[in-house]
Design a protein around this ligand. Structure first.
Ligand code: C2E
Ligand code: MG
Ligand code: MG
Ligand code: MG
Length: 287
């Protein structure tokens, strides 16, 4: 039980030590995030994505990592919500886009096949009136075409202000970006938006993939998503694929691509380059 006591002025003191520690950590993370980009504490890892039929490398998702001077490696699952609350997410998302683009240029210079990199877009970033202009200016500065970037939006982001979102997605699309709906199936998406939005791809959430081999209900959901996507002309990618059995089922269901530990964990840029060189030609799924 937590007991709070009013302490003279307006300070609340919590007696549960674990809560105190938790609060202290959150506060330190929130203030640390303001300087994380300037202090060089953020870096990107890249998780390969592949075609389920050929096993060929098709692209990568850029995932953010934070090495905190005291706390060590902090998970984005913990610091992204804090960045969203404190507003630092807008600067962070732009940093991610810029560094993903810089990485693309570096890989191009190393002679890697031309890849598309997916970046995650937060609600705060997506909702800004100057969002599309800002990302275009960033890419122009770096010298990377929008065709090389896929914007990952969650259903919550896309549906917060549906009319505005429809316009923004259309603008992104017209500028040449690809647009994917992330964590698909976990939000409250209205099917009618799928038709209206200029979306290219659905990312089937890993919660449906995890027990795919055992759960008939997950099989039903996944096949329904794939069938619906096909009839709407959208591509599908499954997230969190960890076993050959899951990959084989997904392939049988007609899913286009996959991403997950079974193909590869997220990799630092050099390791990704080596991986991409090894997978230049197709890789049989049985390998
Ligand atoms: P997400 O966009 O759905 O990313 C997929 C997450 O699943 C990543 O976690 C990835 O490492 C993890 N994953 C990939 N394959 C497997 C697998 O086979 N099994 C399991 N169990 N997990 C797998 P990560 O990197 O910890 O990121 C968590 C979330 O944080 C992301 O979910 C995304 O919502 C957010 N995030 C990460 N980077 C950024 C960023 O640059 N900007 C924003 N706004 N959000 C980000
Ligand atoms: Mg994502
Ligand atoms: Mg996802
Ligand atoms: Mg997810």
């Amino acid at each position: 039980m937590y007991r709070a006591k009013q302490d003279g002025g307006n300070t609340l003191r919590f007696f549960a030590p674990e809560m105190q520690a938790h609060t202290r950590r959150s506060l330190e993370l929130a203030s640390g995030l303001k300087h994380a980009t300037a202090h060089g504490e953020l870096f990107l890892v890249f998780q390969p994505q592949c075609a389920l039929d050929s096993g060929a490398l098709t692209g990568a998702e850029a995932l953010l990592r934070w090495r905190h001077p005291q706390w060590g490696l902090v998970s984005p699952a913990e610091f992204i919500p804090i960045a969203e609350q404190s507003g630092t997410i807008v600067a962070i998302d732009l940093w991610v886009l810029e560094h993903a683009a810089l990485q693309l240029r570096a890989w191009d210079a190393q002679g890697l096949p031309e890849l598309v990199v997916a970046v995650n877009v937060s609600a705060a970033q997506f909702g800004r009136p100057q969002f599309v202009e800002e990302v275009l200016a960033t890419l122009q500065r770096v010298g990377v075409a929008p065709q090389r970037i896929e914007m990952e939006l969650t259903e919550a982001v896309a549906l917060k202000q549906p009319e505005q979102a429809e316009i923004t997605i259309r603008k992104l699309h017209a500028a040449g970006f690809r647009v994917a709906l992330d964590d698909f199936g976990t939000g409250y998406s209205s099917m009618s938006y799928l038709k209206r939005y200029a979306i290219d791809k659905l990312k089937i959430d890993q919660s449906f993939v995890r027990d795919l081999a055992e759960q008939g209900s997950d099989q039903a959901i996944v096949t329904a998503i794939i069938r619906m996507a096909q009839s709407l002309g959208l591509r599908t990618i499954a997230e969190g694929v960890e076993t050959a059995e899951q990959a084989q089922l997904l392939q049988a269901y007609g899913c286009d691509e996959m991403q997950g530990y079974w193909y590869s964990r997220p990799l630092e840029p050099q390791a990704f380059a080596a991986f991409a060189q090894r997978h230049r030609s197709s890789l049989a799924l049985s390998q």
